[in-house]
Design a binder for this molecule. Structure first.
Ligand code: FMN
Length: 351
């Protein structure tokens, strides 16, 4: 029987256990998107998990949504991330950088170029966002032209190259949580009538092009992707065809032999088991709010190869040691999730 404490080979890396730190935006990069020494310390503290998936990181100016999120497309970003990956590797850990293009989930006040956000279609998400001047409504984005979609694919490719240059073990494409890639999936956000909108094949096209371009650039064995099928965040509605879109998408991506697919489960058990069948590679499963008693169950049952945990690892740098010792866990403090200093970031106590 396989259990979560056993090693696993993922792409080019052999990991000592099957715990994954889920990607979590912490908004502690410098204003230009460069992660500093505090970011390196935070991830190094958590390097005993098999794989760290670092927070959503923009591939371009257009890709930024929130304040103080890291980027991975300039020389300064590469230098900053090098300190992070070196610190994690020095502790024997492995780290993928999550490439996140926010699409319409962006406010011009938060981006370096202060331009209108971009999206499949000019439809606002109908929500607000924190900016330097406080909460503001997110304005209606501009629809990307076909040429700009190609450029965005190239931006992802370039960012993946930069991530590898910065010493990352791979990249995870953020196809979840209502950001650009999922905006293409959802008819509520994508009303295009060209080859990127309409049918399932057309709405899935952008995600597949991004994955194929990155796999071509850095190798499929260092390229991964995350989805949250069926999420209803921020105006995203994938409609009745949603599950079939994912069945198609996963079957297409399977042909690329990526390092892994990461599912942030939203509750459709049938779809999850279909994905497990359709995807012949490694699967990481994150079940939001999964209680401690259930840790390891999905690996034992064979539903997934690895399990990702977010808030428990955020709050417990020595998560694995605590589980082994059957020790109590620190609670995550929501007030310090986004932005700020070492408080609620690198100062969670270890045993
Ligand atoms: C503070 C915070 C930031 C997050 N940022 C991201 C992100 O950048 N990318 C992403 O894919 N998911 C993000 N998530 C979702 C987590 O990866 C994870 O799916 C979620 O926290 C549920 O798992 P958990 O109950 O184990 O925490 C974030 C979650 C939290 C709490």
């Amino acid at each position: 029987m396989t259990d979560i404490w056993q090693p696993i080979t993922l792409g080019r890396a052999t990991l000592p256990n099957r715990f994954v730190m889920a990607p979590m935006t912490r908004s502690r990069a410098q204003y230009d998107g460069t992660p500093g020494p505090l970011v390196a310390e935070y991830y190094a503290q958590r390097a005993s998990v098999g794989l760290i998936v670092a927070e959503g990181t923009q591939p371009s100016d257009d890709g930024q949504g929130y304040l103080m999120t890291p980027g991975i497309y300039t020389e300064a970003h590469i230098a900053g991330w090098k300190t992070v990956t070196s610190a994690v590797h020095a502790k024997g850990g492995h780290i993928y950088i999550q490439l996140m293009h926010a699409g319409r989930m962006s406010h011009p006040d938060n981006t370096p170029h202060h331009r209108q956000g971009v999206a499949p279609s000019a439809i606002a998400p109908g929500t607000g966002m924190f900016t330097v001047t406080g909460m503001q409504d997110i304005p209606t984005p501009r629809a990307l032209s076909i040429e700009e979609i190609s450029q965005t694919v190239q931006d992802f490719r370039h960012a993946a190259k930069c991530a590898i240059e910065a010493g990352a073990d791979g990249v995870e494409i953020h196809g979840a949580n209502a950001y650009l890639i999922q905006q293409f999936f959802a008819p509520s956000a994508n009303t295009r009538t060209d080859e990127y909108g309409g049918s399932i094949e057309s709405r899935a096209r952008f995600a597949i092009e991004v994955a194929a371009a990155i796999a071509d650039e850095i190798g499929a064995d260092r390229t991964a992707i995350r989805f949250s099928p069926g999420t209803s965040l921020w105006g995203i509605d994938e409609g009745e065809e949603g599950p079939d879109l994912y069945r198609y998408l996963i079957a297409e991506l399977d042909k690329l032999h990526l390092s892994y697919v990461h599912i942030m489960h939203q509750g459709n058990e049938q779809l999850l088991s279909d994905i497990r069948q359709l995807w012949t590679g490694k699967l990481i499963l994150n079940r939001p709010g999964r209680p401690r008693e259930e840790i390891g169950k999905d690996v034992v049952s064979g539903l997934s190869d690895m399990e990702a945990y977010g808030q428990m690892i955020l709050a417990n740098p020595d998560f694995l040691a605590r589980l082994k010792a059957d020790a109590p866990l620190n609670e995550a403090d929501r007030n310090t999730f986004f932005g700020g200093t070492e408080k609620g970031y690198t100062d969670y106590a270890s045993l």
